[in-house]
Design a protein. Structure first.
Length: 264
């Protein structure tokens, strides 16, 4: 009789333990799901400073945004005309061409890359064209951010990191978005991360986007390749790859073409 009571007690304790364990594991799974499946808002806008920034730091993120929210709801806003890239100063073949011609050469690569990523032409905004002047356009970038936020309501904005980037124009780009976020004028701000700075961002503040299927990888690679193409008849001279070949080569070695965004 005594042994029977002991067996009943042990059985009840076992059931209780399994219930607690399963509840704990379930809660942990939910936490993991929330971390790994953080969604974009209904509309997603990327703000690369220069042509090629969108593929180097956000190619797979753009692909995922389109898959998640649809191509009609994903926009890319180019903040600078890109005419100051070092290739134009170093290579004598570009001597004497106008700033507008330099911009057009860069935009030929930019638009081709976005086409491969799946961004619709109507959703590509080039601030130098809208502002009708060359250079960079931080004031118009701010107006554009607020326009998207106020008109669309549910928006994820992605700019460069305002602190962890070695390019001053990238940081200034990110500062525009960060200030608007700090002022609570926008609700969802995220930032491109260059690989060497990821270590400075806490793990729970990083988002990883990977091209995991063959179709996704094909899109990411084809987009990058547009910055290598040399075809004078199409006005494509491999400017992006020439100017930033080390970044391109690093990304080409990543089989998933990983993009990392920080959320602060």
């Amino acid at each position: 009789m005594k042994n029977k009571k002991i067996k009943i007690i042990l059985s009840m304790l076992s059931i209780l333990f399994l219930g607690i364990a399963n509840t704990a594991l379930g809660a942990q799974d939910n936490i993991i799901d929330k971390i790994s499946n953080k969604s974009f808002k209904q509309h997603v806008v990327f703000y690369p400073q220069h042509q090629d920034d969108e593929v180097l730091w956000g190619g797979s993120a753009i692909i995922k945004a389109i898959e998640e929210r649809g191509a009609d709801n994903v926009y890319v806003v180019l903040v600078s005309d890109g005419s100051g890239v070092n290739v134009f100063a170093r290579n004598p073949r570009f001597k004497g061409i106008s700033r507008k011609e330099k911009e057009e050469l860069r935009n030929n690569e930019f638009k081709s890359a976005l086409y491969e990523l799946g961004v619709k032409d109507k959703n590509i905004i080039i601030l130098a064209d809208d502002d009708n002047k060359s250079g960079t356009h931080y004031e118009l970038m701010e107006k554009t951010i607020l326009k998207f936020e106020n008109e669309l309501g549910s928006v994820t904005h992605v700019a460069h990191n305002y602190k962890y980037d070695d390019h001053i124009m990238h940081r200034k780009n990110g500062e525009v978005l960060k200030r608007l976020s700090d002022e609570h004028k926008i609700k969802d701000a995220r930032y491109f991360m260059k690989p060497k700075y990821i270590k400075y961002i806490p793990e729970d503040k990083r988002e990883y986007y990977k091209s995991e299927t063959e179709a996704e990888r094909d899109r990411a690679k084809k987009a990058m390749d547009q910055y290598k193409v040399i075809d004078e008849n199409r006005g494509k001279l491999g400017i992006g790859y020439t100017s930033a070949h080390s970044y391109f080569d690093y990304l080409y070695k990543d089989p998933d073409y990983t993009s990392v965004l920080s959320i602060y």
